[in-house]
Design a protein around this ligand. Sequence first.
Ligand SMILES: O=C(O)CCC(=O)C(=O)O
Length: 285
Amino acid sequence: MTTEVTSASITGEVLPADRFQLHQSEGIPDIERVLDVLNGRLAAYRVRHFVPAAECATLTQNFWDSPHRTPRHGEGADGVEAYILGASHIDLSTRDYLDVAETTRDAVGALYAGATDPIARLRSSLAERIGVVRPAGHDGRKAGSSKAVCWNNDSREFLLLPHDDLAQLGDPMQAGFEIQRIRRVMAVNVYPHVPGGRGQLRLWNIAPDDRTRARLGVSHSGYPYPPELLTDHPSLTVPVATGDLCVINGNLVHAVLGGGSAAEHGRLLLTCFTGLAGDELLWWT
Ligand SMILES: O=C(O)CCC(=O)C(=O)O
């Protein structure tokens, strides 16, 4: 991120045009490209067929069969915004987040029964290059390994409104948590099931500054940025499909597109956040 820009309403840093790009490949990830995203040299990297079809089916079945899948109430079908398995640090104190990470650890492990954990597989490949790759910790306790999410507002324009993943690291409720050392978030997203024609990721070339966040009342959430304020910023679309791995620069505003029919639902995401703290790569959920 090098250039400071001002538009009518959202100001912040942008990637140079030659870095605001999507790179795509097939099968085994090119770790150099993942490192490009991690280090701010590339906006997004998509690996098609990262997870074999049979494992995608197993992971999807495990998610829907799990008694630990919980509804997150909000704007969505039947008042449910999402179904989630695993911990999310958003809006929680560090202690409460680590409590949920602990109580859901076995259920998250069970999600991968009969399959290989694809997020752990990527992190192992990164460990060969980075040395230390570990969960973020606090007082000897560890962050969650991954979480599974199905957005449940199927017929809207966005399954998830525009947001960034960095602002939420500044929540005063999490003062002192290691994740507050992170300056750039790389989101690691794996998709065991994506119904056709929807659920794409859109990224805008803007990492909002604190002034913008304060003005929009999203200082510690980074959510949501009104879509109409983003039209002046260049964007790119990642055409997500079943079996994909996508790593994205989470400092940039991004959203999940909807627009499908309510009948076709069940897009499933496995995810964790990552970022460099010194020369260590930390993960959290
Ligand atoms: O559902 C997705 O593909 C991405 C979700 C996302 O951006 C997030 O949870 O912050």
